[in-house]
Design a protein around this ligand. Structure first.
Ligand code: MG
Length: 405
């Protein structure tokens, strides 16, 4: 090999590396088209603002885009009448990548062009506001496809038989081997699709058609059956079921015992109750609150109260147990979990818990930051059997349900 060729090879490899590096540096925006009226789905408001599992369809869609770390910015195109609906829908989303919405036009194409004009990223993923369930792996595929080809879209090869039906009867089967069902995102180098939209002279169903009309080669990338477009009322039921299947719901349990000794009161779930004995423990020995704390740590699979607050550590001596519970709540929040329910059972003969149960729930409302009807405090005896029956100690157990938001 001559020195010249070797040099040429090295130079080409270098250029290739540089091109790859540049491609990695290129920015990506998601443009969510949500300016339609979507009245076929019923419900009085446009379908993208209807509630699906506790939040607007559009909020799910925006969150799906924000969940992808490769996406640098997310912008919605909305109908001029929908400002209030939009603000309400995205209210709980705190992410600096979500940019202020752009107003749509008379047609879908006009809306998309308005959106693209507000984008300065190298690539744009144009996505239907009514496709809230696009999975991350499909997003990753379409992003990789865009970087490779400059123009691509998610689609699924048709597997059902396709029948030509004439006058209500099957006439003949149509070949399906070359047919794909188109989905979104449809992803393009922004300058290319902007140019295609600006030049477009006839209306088109989607951006693949706009690109094709402008002579751009567009490649299908394997989509996902989960990436449904909500169109009819029944699609909401299907979407809710699909969300349920992918939901991270956790149930944790906690159990604790503290011995009774000399004293004149016990503290249970933060409430001081006069008694002929006191509970013995390193902290305030609030056996009930300890079990709730452990139930939350259990749901998170983050150990137990003893690991977070070792009894050997003097700073927790006599500590009020709400410190421990607040820590568990903080960990749940940090991990993206919402505590949806807590059920605590206290096991003792005396003192009577019933008269204090409501005060305990009120105290837990403040600490857990959830509604009263999601917090249960109840009591049972052990029929005078065992250590709880003999009044030597108080036991408690709790269950906590956490849902990833
Ligand atoms: Mg304890």
């Amino acid at each position: 090999m001559s020195k010249f060729t070797r040099h040429g090879k090295r130079k080409r490899a270098c250029m290739r590396k540089k091109a790859n590096y540049n491609r990695e540096m290129e920015t990506i925006s998601a443009l969510i088209v949500a300016a339609g009226r979507g009245t076929r789905a019923g419900g009085g408001v446009p379908k993208q603002y209807r509630e699906l599992n506790g939040k607007a369809v559009l909020a799910h869609t925006v969150e799906a885009m924000l969940a992808n770390a490769q996406i640098d910015a997310v912008r919605c195109v909305i109908h001029p009448d929908d400002h209030e609906l939009y603000t309400c829908a995205i209210n709980a989303i705190e992410d600096h990548r979500l940019q202020s919405p752009v107003l749509g036009g008379e047609t879908r194409s006009e809306s998309v062009l308005n959106g693209i004009s507000a984008i300065d990223s190298d690539f744009v993923l144009i996505h239907d506001g009514a496709r809230p369930l696009v999975p991350q792996d499909a997003l990753d595929r379409v992003i990789a496809g865009a970087k490779r080809t400059d123009a691509c879209f998610l689609a699924i090869p048709v597997t059902d038989a396709l029948w030509q039906v004439d006058a209500g009867v099957a006439s003949h089967a149509r070949p399906r081997d070359t047919l794909w069902r188109g989905q979104t995102p449809q992803a393009f180098r922004t300058a290319l699709i902007k140019n295609a939209h600006t030049q477009a002279t006839k209306p088109a169903d989607d951006d693949v058609a706009i690109a094709r009309n402008a002579g751009i080669t567009v490649t299908p990338i394997l989509g996902s059956e989960q990436n449904i477009k909500i169109t009819h009322a029944s699609d909401f039921r299907l979407a809710a079921r699909l969300i349920g299947e992918t939901m991270d719901i956790r149930v944790g349990n906690g159990y604790d015992v503290h011995a009774l000794g000399d004293g004149d009161h016990v503290i249970l779930n933060g409430i001081k109750i006069p008694h002929t004995a006191a509970m013995i423990g390193h902290s305030d020995a609030d056996v009930a609150m300890h079990t709730i704390t452990d139930a939350i740590f259990g749901a998170l699979a983050e150990g137990d109260i003893g690991q977070w607050f070792p009894p050997s550590d003097d700073q927790w001596k006599g500590a009020a147990s709400d410190i421990f519970l607040r820590k568990a709540v903080e960990r749940a929040e940090a991990r993206g979990f919402k505590i949806t329910h807590v059920d605590c059972t206290i096991i003792c003969e005396m003192p009577k818990i019933g008269p204090h149960a409501q005060a305990m729930r009120e105290n837990l409302v403040e600490i857990l930051g959830i509604e009263m009807d999601r917090i249960s405090v109840k009591a049972t005896t052990s029929e005078k059997l065992g250590f709880t029956g003999r009044g030597e100690g108080i036991a408690a157990q709790a269950t906590a349900t956490l849902v990833k938001t």
